[in-house]
Design a protein around this ligand. Structure first.
Ligand SMILES: Cc1cc2nc3c(=O)[nH]c(=O)nc-3n(C[C@H](O)[C@H](O)[C@H](O)COP(=O)(O)O)c2cc1C
Length: 189
């Protein structure tokens, strides 16, 4: 059975980012694709310690023995990845940044990737600002760092103008709900 890892970077499991992930999961289910959600906020993940163990020993194995090992395993054993995160102060949340820095072992010093190639990748990102281009540069850099592992990039979703308790929930945006569903539906096509 095919499987998708979902790296979830919001601390809230009942808010807009998760609602969109749930829609994507409906799409995965429709295609008979299994999934595993990695709630970064619940995991004990340190930032990269810049020890260069991975570089000095020419290994993709990170020497830090924390919950990031679960994330590596899920990514390596799945056929696709969905990274879902909110924007916090113009960047993805700190939980998501920790995840990104810890991808260092997969890259050599020339940014060549040793990660298994050809898996599929989509991003789901939410922000409260109505202007979708405001954090574009950061979001593109973030997507690039994950994508350069060797993923085949699929459709992404950026949902603007959502902020639980302050703005209408994404459930009131059927177009966005449908796009999230299609991310799951089409990820492994
Ligand atoms: C600490 C913090 C910082 C935020 N910074 C931004 C920001 O810079 N730009 C923005 O558009 N939204 C910002 N937001 C709003 C969130 O990105 C938005 O509400 C998002 O949908 C939250 O996802 P969630 O509801 O799934 O947790 C911020 C929210 C928090 C809590």
């Amino acid at each position: 059975m095919s499987k998708v890892a979902i790296v979830f970077g919001s601390p809230r499991k009942n808010s807009n980012t998760h609602i969109l992930v749930d829609e994507a999961i409906k799409g995965l289910n429709e295609k008979g694709v299994d999934h595993e959600i990695l709630y970064l906020n619940d995991l004990n993940i340190k930032g990269c310690q810049a020890c260069y163990y991975c570089k000095r020993n020419d290994t993709t194995k990170c020497v830090i023995d924390d919950d990031m090992q679960k994330v590596y395993k899920a990514m390596e054993e799945s056929d696709g990845l969905i990274v879902a995160a909110p924007i916090y102060f113009c960047e993805v949340s700190a939980q998501t940044r920790l995840f990104v820095d810890r991808l260092f072992p997969y890259y050599d010093m020339h940014l060549q990737s040793a990660f298994p190639q050809g898996k599929a990748l989509s991003f789901i990102i939410t922000q409260n600002q109505p202007n979708k281009t405001l954090f574009e540069r950061h979001i593109n850099d973030f997507k690039m760092v994950v994508g350069m592992l060797g993923y085949e990039r699929k459709e992404d979703l950026l949902v603007e103008n959502v902020d639980k308790g302050y703005k209408p929930m994404v459930t009131e945006r059927p177009d966005m709900m449908d796009k999230a569903y299609k991310i799951g539906l089409e990820l492994l096509n």
